[in-house]
Design a protein around this ligand. Structure first.
Ligand code: FE2
Length: 258
């Protein structure tokens, strides 16, 4: 009997092109990597900003066991009741008390227990409660319950993301960054056995500015006027990682970029 499991963690789905790429690629990827569990960051799935029930249902039906998010989850008001009612839909856990939704979930699948945590960085984003304290406490709790712990750290800053990787090393099986939409090639296994990458990259149109139309992005920079970003259209790609985890120790054995 195998004592390892493969897990896919997929980066920010951007707009309908990103959803299309997920629809076309995810099932094949699950098969080709022999993955047993999938997380997808869906915070940009609704036209590039936020998420509604429609995109959430699609992402789940394409094969996501858990849908994580980030700062843009608040963009579409209609998602808020869903944040409370849908267990596998996460918002960053380090928001103040009373905010709709939850930032972690336990999913039992094929005899294994997965604990997924979504947490948000503070550098360059709205001020949330300390992500380091929140993530560490929750990761330890989930680990003590026998979970394979997977963390989506939605953050802007590379140093903040790397620090989180080391902070949770040996507790989480994986700490992956999301939000910046450009995949980094620094995937590694940290000394305590945690798989780490600074950013999973974006599931969307790769040829423009982080999934938005470059013309508008340039106009914003030239004028410093916050013109509304427009999500790019065209051929999209799926990005993320596949992680092999020892199910007995929780240690990551391998991490590969998609
Ligand atoms: Fe974000």
């Amino acid at each position: 009997m195998s004592h390892s499991v493969n897990v896919l963690m997929i980066g920010d789905v951007s707009g309908s092109a990103g959803l299309g790429a997920l629809f076309l690629s995810l099932q094949g990827l699950v098969k080709s990597t022999n993955s047993a569990f999938v997380t997808v960051n869906g915070e940009n799935a609704a036209g590039g900003f936020g998420l509604t029930e429609e995109e959430y249902i699609k992402i789940r039906s394409y094969g996501a066991d858990v849908v994580t998010s980030g700062n843009h989850i608040w963009q579409k008001e209609q998602v808020r009741p869903l944040l409370d009612s849908e267990g596998p839909l996460l918002r960053p856990m380090n928001y103040p008390q009373g905010v709709p939704g939850h930032g972690s979930v336990i999913i039992e699948k094929d005899g294994l227990r997965y604990g997924v945590i979504n947490v948000q960085g503070r550098q360059g984003l709205v001020i949330a409660d300390c992500p380091f304290t929140a993530a560490r406490r929750e990761a330890e709790r989930l680990r003590s319950l026998g979970c394979i712990v997977l963390v989506d750290f939605h953050a802007e800053s590379t140093s903040e993301k790397e620090a989180m990787g080391f902070h949770l090393d040996g507790i989480a099986s994986a700490v992956v960054g999301t939000h910046t939409h450009v995949q980094t090639m620094d995937e590694k296994i940290l000394p305590g056995g945690t798989a780490y990458i600074t950013d999973l990259g974006m599931t969307g149109v790769q040829g423009e500015v982080i999934g938005s139309k470059s013309e508008v992005a340039i106009r914003r920079q030239l004028t410093q006027v916050p013109y509304k970003s427009e999500v790019a259209e065209g051929m999209a790609m799926i990005k993320g990682v596949c992680i092999t985890i020892d199910t007995q120790t929780g240690r990551a054995l391998e991490i590969k970029r998609i």
